[in-house]
Design a binder for this molecule. Structure first.
Ligand SMILES: Cc1ncc(COP(=O)(O)O)c(C=O)c1O
Length: 392
């Protein structure tokens, strides 16, 4: 049989991280490679109780088809949360419940991108966004991010040299680097986007996981007409629900709802109802505080161990929240070579390569600190430090 597959799917690479994770299933390997929340913090009992209560009280109602936009009660809850956490006025009608924020990215690609359309992506950038937009045969313009945020000179250049349809941004505790845009950086980036026909995608799955410093302004506050905001319950409740959302103005919502209908009619209704019941019956702030405290301690253990065990020339970010930190190796030492050696010494991470759209053999890597306790972090970082000392 010849090539039966569409160009759209043939040209998109498999997830490199999934392939790498296969190498790290060996239980004796300490893995900083995953990108998952800590399973020990899932509110198992509370979700179980909310589910029982919901079935007892609502029975058949919760097993029927529902609306494409999402359950109104959940959309109202999300709008109210924006008001209390960010003082943002968002109308529930402008919220679309999605199957994880990952589906939000796919729907945005479907809604905005023709073949060859141009997208600014952060460098390094979220692998899932690179994959989602690649399906629409987009052209990427990577713009570097550093400890202060996005490189605004490069952003300006991309915006003036090309017709940029989308600018994809993770301004809080970015995946993979852990960096956050400073307030000034956000204002400059927003200023560059304002008045253009460019949509700024503000993807914020980690914003609530801040364990240091104070919250910063949202792009949605600064340039609401240009911004589509994405959110998710994956990191603050549990990812298996696959429930996220996006916030967009009326005209964009209308098109996104059509894209959503074509994809899956609506997001899992039972899951939406269970999450809402859980949120009503429990104090989510108390739960998020538990996550913040645990991740904050694990982040501190990792930073401290890196300071003690890594060669001095290695640079690293110091995230104030989220789940990741980012390492830059000296010279041109490819992180992939370090990975091959490190796995032999029973420690794993994700080499930086998949987070770039057009670079290979990079000298950067991602470390996850959400899933490993402090003592294990110290042992794993010591193992990695020994490998690095041999190679640098
Ligand atoms: C930046 C970013 N956006 C989106 C997602 C997708 O999250 P979900 O689909 O579980 O909401 C992730 C997951 O790790 C992420 O890191």
């Amino acid at each position: 049989m010849g090539n039966i597959f569409s160009d759209r799917i043939s040209d998109v690479p498999r997830s490199f991280i999934r392939d790498i994770l296969k190498l790290t299933v060996d239980e004796s390997i300490i893995s900083f490679a995953g990108g998952m929340p800590n399973r020990d913090l899932f509110p198992v009992k509370e979700i179980s109780a909310a589910t029982g209560r919901l079935f007892a009280e609502c029975g058949k109602d919760i097993l029927q088809y529902s609306t494409s936009e999402g359950y109104p009660g959940l959309r109202q809850w999300i709008a109210a949360r924006y008001k209390t956490t960010k003082n943002l006025d968002v109308h529930p009608d402008n919220i679309l419940i999605t199957s994880g924020s990952q589906q939000g990215l796919d729907l945005l690609g479907k809604t905005f991108l023709n073949e060859g359309d141009e997208v600014v992506i952060e460098e390094p950038g979220y692998l899932g966004a690179i994959q989602a937009f690649s399906v629409y045969k987009t052209r990427f313009h990577p713009v570097p991010v550093d400890t202060d945020g996005v490189d605004t000179a490069r952003l300006q250049q991309a915006l003036s040299d090309h017709v940029i349809k989308l600018f994809y941004s993770v301004p809080n505790f970015q995946n993979p680097s852990g960096i956050s845009y400073s307030e000034e950086n956000r204002r400059s980036a927003a200023g560059l986007i304002e008045g253009r026909d460019t949509i700024l995608i503000e993807d914020d799955p980690y914003g609530e996981l801040r364990f240091r410093g104070s919250g910063l302004s949202s792009f949605y506050q600064m340039v609401p007409n240009n911004t589509v905001m994405l959110g998710s319950f994956s990191k603050i409740v549990a990812p298996s629900f696959r429930i996220g959302w996006l916030v967009a103005r009326d005209e964009i919502m209308e098109k996104l709802v059509i894209a959503k209908q074509a994809s899956d009619l609506h997001t899992n209704y039972l899951g939406q109802r269970i999450i809402l019941q859980y949120l009503k019956d429990n104090d989510i702030d108390e739960h998020i505080e538990k996550i913040r405290t645990a991740y904050g301690k694990q982040r501190d253990a990792m930073i401290e161990a890196i300071g003690e065990c890594f060669p001095e020339e290695v640079r690293y970010t110091r995230p104030e929240g989220g789940m990741f930190l980012w390492i830059t190796l000296p010279g041109n030492l490819p992180a992939m070579e370090v990975f091959n050696k490190a796995v032999g010494r029973k420690v794993a991470f994700v080499p930086g390569d998949p987070f770039y759209v057009n670079k290979k053999d990079v000298n950067t890597l991602r470390l996850n600190f959400s899933c490993v306790d402090g003592d294990t972090i110290r042992i794993g970082i010591k193992r990695l430090g020994d490998v690095l000392k041999e190679m640098i």
